[in-house]
Design a protein. Sequence first.
Length: 247
Amino acid sequence: YLLYFFPKFTQRATRIATVSEYSKQDISSTYKIPATQIDVVYNGANEVFKPASKANQLQFKNSHSSKSDFFIFIGTIHPRKNLDHLLLAFEEFKSRSTNEIKLLIVGNKKWWPKELEKVYESMKFKEDVHFLGRLSDKELSEALSSALALTYLPYFEGFGIPILEAFHAETAVITSNVTSMPEVAADAAVFCNPKKVNKIADAMQLIVNQPEKRAALIEKGKLRKQDFSWQKSANLLWKSIEKTLKV
């Protein structure tokens, strides 16, 4: 449906609104549409995402990570989310030093290909990977706030809302250095090549071994989140609508 109809939609539309400058340029080049016809309307984050109390963080760890610190991945388990490289990076991180740190995977198992199953089953530390399935927004907020860092390393994202959610929950972010993610995170994240397992493991080690770096990232995230809100999204979309009225 999308492959057949979306090119037609783009040609018929008076204007197009999309969620990042990266997506704007991607749409422009893919469908041969002037960039001046496309407006950027950034996403926001649900206001439920906020720092959890120390007591709630402890309770979450007791319930979901065997009382241990943890990294967290959020997203549908899909090939472009790059979960195989994250698992391999976590395996390398664990092999470098003795620790009880876990990796929590939050999201539906809509795609669980044989290649990913093979990676998981071959892990020495697979018992330290906990699959939580889908969580409510409130539970997800507590999960993010309790984490050492969000490890979010897709190959491709048009925006990447979990990055903003982590900023609101006051959690450090490790993310990909490709597509829209540097645009969204700016200077408030550790960036990695999503195909380089050792670089992702290095980023995990940095978060654990340099608490001052982690604290600095959290402070930068608190500033960066102020650049995005659903009210700002609504204002930008309204401006785009007004442009169509002038055509």
